[in-house]
Design a protein around this ligand. Sequence first.
Ligand code: KG4
Ligand code: ZN
Length: 334
Amino acid sequence: MKDIKILAIETSCDETAASVVQNGNKVLSNVVISQIESHKRFGGVVPEVASRHHVELITIVIEEAMQEANLKPEDLDAVAVTYGPGLIGALLVGLNAAKAYAFAHDLPLIPVHHIAGHIYANQLERKLQFPLVALIVSGGHTELIKMNEHLDFTVLGETRDDAVGEAYDKVARVLGLPYPGGPEIDRLAKEGEDTYKFPRAYLDKDSYDFSFSGLKSAVINTLHNERQKNNPINEKDVSRSFQESVIDVLTEKTLDAIISEDVKDLIVAGGVAANSGLRGRFETLSEKHGFNLYIPALKYCTDNAAMIGAVAYELYLKKHFADLDLNGQNYIDI
Ligand code: KG4
Ligand code: ZN
């Protein structure tokens, strides 16, 4: 069969990204421009600022991705794009660029769900084996998903309020740490102890849903109270205590899902998958309970377009194409 080359575009949050992927697993180019520096001074991603940057950068990343892959538009078989979930203004920039490219070069347009992309990032390194459970943890998402075969997604659980990464970033902000706060808290936590014993939200028994806003408020209230009383704050212990609470809940629920769904493969992805404490705990659990743990390389864990190209190949094989009136959506419906 002829090689299928897909140009993929991703603009759901604050990374402007384009990539060319061959047959869903060979990355011919992977261009990502992060806007983190622009959002740093606001302490988080500002949607309107993100959209404006995407507008400035989108044609640049597409051209770079095509140059790096050494291809012309006529060498492509399709254009894929993230249609959601994400910041709606940001999504629309990628969508319109993809539609224009597809229309101009008479290529099919493939709509890709962002969370599917995070799961399929693994496919860039190894073939997915089914059934599997995937835990997607990032600044915008906390999702526990089961897959029985390609493109078959069942959401087992998700956050009812804040995403994990969002909780990390907000706690970090109150601790006076720079954005994004996840890596900073991870660093401090290594030298701290779980002395504060913050709450763990397991919600109803048997539920795979998550909740992190109570934990976030508990940490922030503790910090405010201690400051009011002029008590010293041990930032390392606060970081460690917060992180232990997050890890306990994420790993226990995921392990429950692996056992009750009788699954052998676990995929962890999204920016928070970079967390050293979370990785360490999952590694220990995988040895103890005999499941396989797959965490893609960091460049494929955080937002990128190659992961969108990986899903797009499977959709291409099924001829799952969109019309040019494809719209963005900012809710999760995988
Ligand atoms: O996947 P990502 O790059 O972007 C999206 O949100 O889609 O994830 C970014 C999130 C941020 O909230 C950041 O604080 C968090 O991932 N993060 C971490 C670590 N590195 C990044 N959280 C905990 N520990 C880390 N080492
Ligand atoms: Zn993401």
